[in-house]
Design a protein around this ligand. Sequence first.
Ligand code: NAD
Length: 424
Amino acid sequence: MSKAIVSSLYDSDVFRMACRQFDQAADAINLPDAIRDRTKYPRRCLAVSLPVKRRDGSVTVFEGYRVQHNLSTGPSKGGIRFHQDVTLGEVAALAMWMSWKTSLVGLPYGGAKGGVIVNPNDLSESELEHLSRRYMQEMVGFVGPQTDVPAPDVGTNEKIMGWMMDTYSNHVGHLAPAVVTGKPISLGGSQGRREATGAGVAYLVVKYLADLKIPVKKATVVIQGFGNVGSETAVALDRYGAKIVGISDYTGGIWNPKGIDIKKALTYVRYQKTLRDFDGGEAISNEALLEQKCTVLIPAALERVITDQNAPKLKCRLLAEAANGPTTNAADKIIEARGDIEIIPDVLCNSGGVIVSYFEWLQNLSSFYWSRDEVLEKLFAMLDKAKDAVDAQKAKFKFSRRLAALTLGIQRVADAKQSRGLFP
Ligand code: NAD
């Protein structure tokens, strides 16, 4: 009989949510007590203070974190988030989900996540560079190509990954491109990485629409979040022929039942930075947008936006979780009881990002680079395999699709821990 003696270090709504998901999955596969808590709790974390000199000569100290949830199945892998609401508990939950995701899709990785409490929009370019470099400088002994490999997440991008790679390389005394993924192509980034997460989401949406016998050209789509993942999902689904009727960012939403011109929205955001006052449709609040009638609803922003309040009011047929953790445990129960909405759970739905990050890491380690077509072909093959595995597990055990995906991911991590044993 094992018993965890844990502090409240990670305690938060989102960490409790990830733990509840774990508990349900562990119960469903009768995970032995002796392995449960070892598999559930993060392995280790680092919290750092990051002083940055501001434009006016003052110094601001930012707080940053890195949580490595699981290192038993390979180097840990996961993005770094720059957002004003980041907490250690959120980072720990995101790290836990990365463990199940890398395991589910069969990557030789564990799970990790990083975060800094900052609104990157409040920083000048040079302040952002100093913050990013300082963060990596503090992480030099904690991350590495064979230890923990960060990537972009909310509020971070290729440019930031480039600065971090340069900082790490300067510390170790040689070019070390495999220390982070999601880099610019000129620094060893992979063809197809920028669009990988969105392309993967769109690919799976099209596959599940086919299973539901809904022609993609008849599907209407609402997407919350128009950053890397949301916008690339919109571009890909637009290309497949779906009609994007709603998009949004933190400033609010745009609704247009005739279809939004995605190219125009992208150009607008490139120059204006946000969708505020975009004239491609009517303005609508983020809350109302989620409740609009559509075939596919795609949360692609932050966690816990589908709640027990709006779950009964959703009017979609497919809920594709491009964001990590968008659906609370209570909302999940409501959707399952309704029985009229299919969910593509986050650990499957957005796994295209980490799959192509893996390809980038492989290319960096071998200094042998692939074409975009090669990257996408391998990505879609891995997504097909993961989808088939999840749907087979769902059918075999009569699980929800989320439970099917989580049990597959958790079992592999638990098996590896069991086989490795306890040291010493
Ligand atoms: P991003 O920073 O590029 O974009 C985030 C978007 O969400 C922005 O448009 C922002 O305005 C919007 N947003 C923020 N708060 C909002 C709110 N309250 N309401 C509506 N919109 C809001 O981030 P991203 O990389 O696109 O990540 C989005 C989600 O996808 C996150 O959950 C992230 O963890 C997940 N994810 C990202 C990747 C990746 O490769 N970047 C991979 C897998 C999963």
